[in-house]
Design a protein around this ligand. Structure first.
Ligand code: 6R9
Length: 652
């Protein structure tokens, strides 16, 4: 079922209306009239019309949107071709194949030259240390990107080559990724919180020919000597027979030493420089970013790419522990992130947007870099963390830059909630108009706090469900159109046709909830029936894994791997990863072989920082295997020792 049913109930104004219904799910908040009045989509009815057209006539719908972008050459053949059904042959998705464009040209050159946004601020950069700030305009960003594109070309990087990027949240990270896009090289960004093993594994998997990194950075109080980790990774690559011949290093912590000679960087010197950081230097491999930039010309013809050429690789954890290199392509990704950004955050030219996600995740790729820039938006780029120097940080930044649209993760909301209302309410927050969440289901309690305290009951909350694989938002409210229910990602975005399958692969129609709650409290699989432009195209170097992971189980559908329920009003409720759930009724269905050997109580599970359960680690604990491998993504390592030390006590 693609469309919400007609009988969506809504409250009045922005106050919640408690109505009878299972688990409080009938409670809903209407979009505030002042938001709807100026919104791109001002009513639920308008949303339904647009959504219906987008799924029934995807070629026409996205064709109209494509006209707003620059194409060097138009699409010569069909606008969309695809196969979602493994029984009919290879899975493929092609949007606008044969058309040529460049995403960097679209998000920078056009904004500067055609839309005259050269002097508009693209990013307010806010460093880890309060007071460390800079800003970069569209024109300045374009100049730096052209320079760095020339640097990359001079190092021999060509269209199709892979470039690894391992950097903190500094403007040079955006410059580096856009420079790759400009010359048609694929960026593979590795989150700077990851270990040298993770970096090495990712460099090897996609045979990256160059690495871009940074001397060091602070994350809160913690100093991260990133260059040391990068060196370890390159050493490991060398040992495994894959030498990387070039490593470009941004002097970030050591910026102060550069003094006035640093004409290429708009960034200020770091106040809290650390004289103890020793940067080792590999002659013949390492090159300083600022030295290369000084010699580079500031004009650079973009590489005209096919809409279906790969744009980037981003690794996401796989259930086997070996990360999957999710591949996104130029044209479809561009259309999708630009459009979701515009409608989901109801973007207007005067907005100041702030997505707190690190660019090392898909949320940062799509809603720090590409989506906002494609719309000519001004964004905040934040290097720090919500609790440093104290829990006022986010709200003081909101007030400082007069942030209008704010996008963060439920984990951050829950963390800040623990400190009470006062750190929030002592700030004005008057600029805020729309709040967003992403990354995991948001519990209603956190949603209500976000709505009441942060948003002062006047800001709609867009709970956006999507994945690295989907490129952009899939299920989400639109701020001026959709009555919200705390904990529900509500309805599909344009072009998205969701369905819910039971374990036999049958689509469940209408309400798929009461039945489920009565039986097992489990939920069924969330799938998508047709391609949207932002869908991933393959797993890098392993198309079979792509087909097996997402398409083989239920031919004809893209399977998200998430559990989902749908209520009587047609709202979707994502319940979490299916493979994270213990289905209590399995014994009856598939027999005693599925009975748990023992049940262990635990105060917590090993989770990543964004709240995802690390099943690989649970499996090792169950086997009493202490060789856990790379644990750099775990949020709280103490739960692991607890699980190990209590594992035998609870055998039943
Ligand atoms: C964007 C991103 C994807 C997984 C996804 C789901 C969970 C994300 C959610 C949500 C419920 C939301 N997820 N957003 N669950 N409600 N609004 O997070 O990508 O890191 O690939 O994670 O995150 O389980 O399958 P990624």
């Amino acid at each position: 079922m693609g469309l919400p049913e007609e009988r969506v109930r809504s409250g009045s104004g922005s106050r919640g209306q408690e109505e009878a219904g299972a688990g409080g799910r009938a409670r809903s908040w209407s979009p505030p009239p002042e938001v709807s009045r100026s919104a791109h989509v001002p009513s639920l009815q308008r949303y339904r019309e647009l959504h219906r057209r987008s799924v029934e006539e995807p070629r026409e719908f996205w064709g109209d949107i494509a006209k707003e972008f620059y194409w060097k050459t138009p699409c010569p053949g069909p606008f969309l071709r695809y196969n979602f059904d493994v029984t009919k042959g290879k899975i493929f998705i092609e949007w606008m194949k044969g058309a040529t464009t460049n995403i960097c040209y679209n998000v920078l050159d056009r904004n500067v030259h055609e839309k005259k946004l050269g002097d508009k601020v693209a990013f307010y950069w806010e460093g880890n240390e309060p007071g460390e700030t800079t800003q970069i305009t569209y024109h300045q960003l374009l100049v730096q990107v052209c320079q760095f594109s020339n640097v990359l070309r001079k190092q021999g990087i060509q269209k199709g080559d892979r470039v690894a990027i391992y950097m903190p949240m500094i403007p040079e990270l955006v410059v580096a990724m856009l420079a790759c896009a400009r010359i048609g090289a694929l960026h593979s960004i590795v989150f700077a919180g990851f270990s040298s093993e993770s970096l090495c594994e990712r460099i090897l998997d996609s045979s990256c020919s160059l690495l871009i990194t940074t001397d060091a950075f602070y994350r809160g109080e913690k100093l991260v000597n990133l260059k040391e980790l990068a060196d370890e990774a390159l050493q490991k690559c060398q040992e495994k027979g894959f030498p990387v011949r070039c490593c470009i290093v941004v002097k970030h912590l050591g910026r102060a030493e550069l003094g006035m000679g640093d004409s290429t960087s708009q960034s200020p010197p770091i106040k809290r420089s650390c004289p103890d950081v020793q940067i080792s230097w590999n002659q013949g491999i390492d090159l300083w970013w600022h030295e290369l930039m000084q010699e580079a010309g500031d004009e650079c013809e973009p590489e005209w790419c096919d809409a279906e050429d790969p744009l980037f690789i981003l690794y996401t954890s796989g259930s086997t522990g070996k990360p999957k290199g999710v591949v996104h392509t130029v044209g479809g990704y561009m259309l999708y992130v630009a459009t979701t950004f515009k409608y989901v955050f109801d973007f207007h030219a005067e907005d100041v947007f702030w997505c707190t996600a690190d660019i090392g995740w898909i949320t940062g790729h799509s809603y720090v870099t590409y989506g906002p820039l494609a719309n000519g938006a001004t964004s905040v780029l934040f290097e720090g963390i919500p609790t440093y120097p104290d829990v006022n940080r986010l709200w003081s930044i909101v007030d400082k830059y007069k942030v209008t649209k704010f996008y963060t993760a439920p984990t951050a909301i829950r963390l800040l909630m623990k400190f009470g209302d006062e750190p929030v309410t002592k700030h004005s927050r008057a600029s805020l108009q729309v709040l967003g969440t992403v990354g995991e289901p948001i519990n209603p309690e956190a949603w209500l706090w976000y709505h009441r305290v942060v948003g002062a009951q006047r800001c709609p909350i867009v709970d956006t469900f999507w994945q690295t694989e989907t490129g952009g938002h899939m299920l989400t409210p639109l701020p001026g159109a959709t009555p919200m229910k705390p904990g529900s990602a509500t309805f599909p975005f344009f072009g998205v046709a969701p369905a819910i399958l039971n374990e036999s692969g049958e689509e469940l129609e209408g309400e798929a909830e009461g039945y489920l709650l009565l039986r097992t409290e489990t939920s069924w699989l969330e799938v998508f029936k047709q391609p949207w432009p932002g869908i991933m195209r393959t797993v890098y170097g392993n198309h079979e894994r792509f087909e097996t992971t997402y398409f083989k189980k239920f031919p004809g559908y893209y399977v998200t791997g998430d559990g989902c329920q749908r209520d009587q009003d047609g709202y979707y409720w994502i319940t979490g990863r299916i493979d994270d759930m213990l289905n209590v009724s399995v014994r009856e269905k598939i027999g005693p072989i599925a009975t748990p050997d023992y049940i262990q109580n635990a105060p917590g599970l090993p989770k990543t920082r964004s709240g995802k359960i690390m099943r690989r680690v649970l499996r090792k604990i169950a086997q009493n295997d202490h060789d856990l491998g790379d644990m750099s993504t775990v949020a709280d390592p103490s739960v692991i020792s607890h699980l190990f030390s209590h594992r035998c006590l609870t055998i039943q």
